[in-house]
Ligand binder design. Structure first.
Ligand code: PLP
Length: 342
């Protein structure tokens, strides 16, 4: 699976890789020993393998730290998958559009062919088409569940069928899993050595600004991630603040409950509007809403200071706006602005 050049790569060995114990004087990393011009000290390089944060996440996720990669957003994990496993100009990957746009962008940056197997009506995978698209150079299949921008979860059985019938890596992006009625595949990692699960602290955890993404996979796959990643890919404040945030699981669970309740309230209220044609069932923190005049609504909302996402140019999302569930006050403001329109 691994690219030849990566298999033979001797990874960069940082000062913090070569010495990890306690010492009084650190003169091994060409840092500024005097300190930082800030109230807090950031003059030292961060832990390259983020062990404290991984240990804390390990308790929440019930996954050993050796099966975990942390990156500068899950976008970093996506990019590393291409760089480690896909030979530019030769290998290909399969995406199931409409889906998260970074899979394709990352593929194109890495000069890797993207084969599209569009979702069927109902936004479930076309398993026959996926099977036809796979060849000996197919390295990755991206499955996003709950899917962005459609909001639905992908059937468990379909995910299992793909995992059981594909020799490459199945990248299951669970960025929105906390809002879903279905459970994560994280407990299935042992069963499927070809499964890579992506999650993030950017959504339910409310830490998009810290850029902390997670990949869970077999130890063998994680070792390859660690070989390819930049040595200090997760900065010190992000590691510290994420660790601090993990103590607030109760608060996060409360926000999840509120978001789901608000999603249901929004859905019901939107259904009453004359220009709303369809609201797709959502397991995420957003709704995909089909209307006859997406651009007019989008522009009118902008005038009211409210920004939603126009997804109407995307195939299978014609006429659709993607609306993130906000606070109760924000959602009420949105509904008031929409109720003025005809
Ligand atoms: C499906 C999906 N995966 C990943 C991401 C990016 O996550 P991160 O902020 O961890 O890079 C997003 C962001 O919108 C997303 O929708």
């Amino acid at each position: 699976m691994v690219r030849e050049n990566i298999r033979h790569l001797t990874p960069y060995s940082s000062a913090r890789d070569e010495f990890t114990g306690n010492a009084q004087v650190f003169l091994d990393a060409n840092e500024n020993a005097f300190g930082s011009p800030l109230p807090q000290s950031y003059n030292r390089y961060p832990d390259p393998l983020q062990l404290r944060l991984k240990n804390a996440l390990s308790r929440i996720k019930s996954v050993p730290p050796q099966s975990m990669f942390l990156g500068n957003g899950s976008d970093e994990a996506i990019d590393i998958l291409f760089r480690a496993f896909c030979e530019p100009g030769i290998d290909n990957v399969i995406t199931l559009p409409p889906t998260y746009g970074m899979y394709e962008v990352s593929a194109r940056i890495n000069n890797v062919e993207v084969r599209e197997a569009p979702l069927l009506p109902g936004f479930q995978p076309d398993l026959d088409l996926i099977a036809r698209e796979i060849d000996e150079n197919t390295k990755l299949i991206f499955v996003c569940s709950p899917n962005n921008p459609t909001g639905n979860s992908i059937d468990r059985e379909s995910i299992e069928t793909i995992l059981n019938n594909f020799n490459g890596l199945v990248v299951l992006d669970e960025a929105y899993i906390n809002y879903s009625r279905y459970r994560s595949f994280i407990q299935e990692l042992k069963e499927y050595p070809n499964l890579v699960i992506l999650q993030t602290l950017s959504k339910a955890w409310g830490l998009a600004g810290l850029r902390v993404g997670m990949a869970f996979a077999s130890e063998a796959v994680i070792q390859i991630f660690n070989k390819v990643k930049p040595p200090y890919n997760l900065n010190e404040p992000s590691q510290q603040l994420a660790l601090q945030a993990l103590d607030n699981l109760e608060q996060v669970n409360e926000w999840i409950r509120q978001t789901i309740a608000e999603r249901e309230r929004l859905e019901q209220a939107l259904r009453e509007l004359p220009f709303v044609q369809h609201i797709f069932p959502s397991d995420a923190n957003f709704l995909l809403v089909k209307t006859g005049k997406p651009k007019t609504i989008y522009n009118q909302l902008i005038k009211d200071g409210i920004v939603v996402r126009d997804r109407s140019r995307i195939r299978l999302c014609e006429g659709c706006l993607r609306i993130t569930v906000g606070t109760p006050e924000e959602n009420t403001q949105l509904l008031e602005a929409l109720s003025k329109m005809h």
